[in-house]
Ligand binder design. Structure first.
Ligand code: NAD
Length: 489
């Protein structure tokens, strides 16, 4: 079978690449190359950015309700093609179909929120700030904005940015991950089909060269980035140096604190989903369980052990497995390397995902891994592994658990499980983290709230979606008005 070569998307259609550099896109369930992805050069970037810039004035001047009509239609088309899009995601990312459908749903919730843009973009008005003088403020689009996204949510994270950016009247150049580009390309086609004018939603495929073109091009007004922390820091610094507005979301190491009064059946269910769902390749995955007291830890580890051993690992589009493969062979090997490092450092390896029968191949599979007695200096505790590995850290008190969460360099999500309202409230108030769950392991804010972490999980002043999504893609203008005094007629 011939392996297809993918394209960019600009001016309302698929655009063959000028560059001859390519990267393989894998089917992680078989390990075979499913497509070749063009990696943009400066000529490709110029063409796509210019198409976006050409479309920006007219799109920005359309009424907000007019733009919302295109978003409504786009949402309908995405829902009509939900199964097709989910398959595109599963085939290149490796997450199971239910997770793929779920991420599309969460992304579309942001589009739904953005459909309310006529209300969301309303400015302020003050009548008579001085004699005969009124004042009002309004929000205007920026022009061309870049959206640079990670592999782990090829529908949801682009839609976090596309919804508010397009609704507020900007044209978007999306630079998706090299690992699963087919879903973003399909979204761009559906946007065109929905009536989105050519040049409003463009896709530039590529690697660092494409990203650097976007970070430095004078026509790009703002950059929204989601990915790992080292790249988020680089994007933030480089885009800011080139005078752009920038928001950059980074990595995570999300802790789940378990107090002795917690309902352990509930905790076990929640941790199985939060640590092993999507093979742990989620920025809100729980990768550390901080358990207060040895008695609670012994009981929880016993419950988790049987569940992790029983995880059904399989081809994501066949049957209904709990977990699919890891996105690439390199990432699978990186995770296996961390498991080896954990053993060397002295952690107790309770379940070893490397020994799962599927791990022998074909495909990039790895079973679930559970470590107990992990300590803070170990690399499996410090680093974001981004795989199906859960570390149990034992502590003596709730204060020690809080201190552990607070001193970790990441501060994306955190959860606490307890029956005590007072303990939960105190924890939620004091913890240095952007998103907190109380008996909820993955506290992802809904579209009408904002998503964002603290510390090295976010380099920006603005979060994603909610009202921050409107603010980050618009500028405020304030108009002071005085008319000649007199009566009408
Ligand atoms: P990544 O940082 O490798 O890639 C993200 C984007 O940056 C991609 O589009 C990629 O092409 C580009 N990129 C990669 N290397 C680059 C370089 N040297 N210079 C310029 N651009 C470069 O991230 P990933 O592996 O695709 O995604 C997983 C990471 O994303 C994890 O760290 C995860 O926690 C994070 N993530 C964070 C959030 C959040 O909201 N905080 C959400 C999802 C994922």
């Amino acid at each position: 079978m011939t392996v297809p070569t993918l394209t960019h998307f600009a001016g309302g259609r698929r655009l063959a690449a000028h560059s001859t550099r390519t990267a393989p896109v894998y089917d992680p369930a078989t390990g075979s190359v499913a497509a070749h992805l063009p990696l943009a050069d400066a000529t490709d970037a110029r063409r796509v950015i210019d198409d976006a810039a050409a479309a920006a004035p007219a799109w920005g001047q359309r009424s907000a309700s007019d733009r919302a009509q295109v978003l409504f239609k786009f949402r309908e088309l995405c829902l009509a093609h939900r199964d097709e899009i989910a398959r595109l995601i599963s085939n290149e990312h490796g997450k199971v179909l239910a997770d793929a459908r779920g991420e599309l749903q969460r992304g579309l919730e942001v589009v739904e929120f953005a459909c309310g843009i006529p209300h969301l973009m309303k400015g302020e008005f003050s009548d008579g700030v001085s004699r005969g003088i009124d004042m009002h403020s309004l929000r205007q689009p920026l022009g061309v904005v870049a959206a640079i996204t990670p592999f782990n949510f090829p529908a949801m994270v682009p839609l976090w940015m596309l919804g508010p950016a397009l609704a507020t009247g900007n044209c978007v150049v999306l630079k998706p991950s090299e690992r699963d580009p087919s879903c973003p390309l399909r979204l761009a086609e559906l946007w065109s089909e929905a009536g989105g004018p050519p040049g409003t939603f463009n896709v530039l495929n590529g690697d660092k060269e494409a990203v650097d073109a976007l970070l430095t091009d004078p026509l790009v007004q703002a950059v929204s980035f989601v990915g790992s922390t080292p790249i988020a820091r680089y994007v933030h610094e480089t885009a800011a140096k080139h005078g752009k507005r920038v928001q950059a979301m980074g990595g995570a190491k999300n802790h789940c604190v378990v107090l002795p009064d917690a309902d352990l059946a509930q905790v076990t269910d929640a941790l199985m989903g939060a640590a092993y769902g999507s093979a742990g390749e989620r920025c809100m995955a729980i990768s550390v369980a901080v358990v207060v007291g040895d008695e609670t830890a012994d009981a929880l580890v016993a419950r988790l052990t049987t569940r992790v051993q029983a995880l059904d690992v399989g081809v994501p589009t066949e049957g209904n497995p709990d977990m699919g493969p890891i996105v690439t062979g390199a990432q699978r090997d990186r995770i296996a390397g961390y498991i080896a490092a954990g053993v060397t450092a002295g952690a107790t390896l309770v379940v070893d995902g490397r020994t799962h029968p599927r791990s022998a191949g074909p495909g990039f599979f790895l079973g679930g891994t559970l470590f107990d007695r992990v300590t803070r200096e170990m690399s499996i505790y410090q680093d974001e592994i981004f795989g199906p590995v859960l570390c149990v850290v034992r502590v003596a008190s709730a204060d020690e658990a809080l201190a552990l969460c607070d001193t970790h360099r990441y501060g994306n999500g955190v959860a606490i499980f307890t029956r005590s309202g007072g303990a939960a409230r105190d924890f939620a108030h004091r913890v240095r983290c952007g998103m907190v769950g109380i008996n909820v392991a993955i506290p992802v804010p809904l579209a009408f709230y904002s998503f964002g972490g603290w510390k090295q999980s976010l380099f920006a002043d603005h979060n994603q979606h909610g009202m921050d999504g409107v603010r980050v893609y618009t500028r405020v203008k304030t108009v002071t008005t005085r008319w000649p005094e007199g009566t009408s007629g």
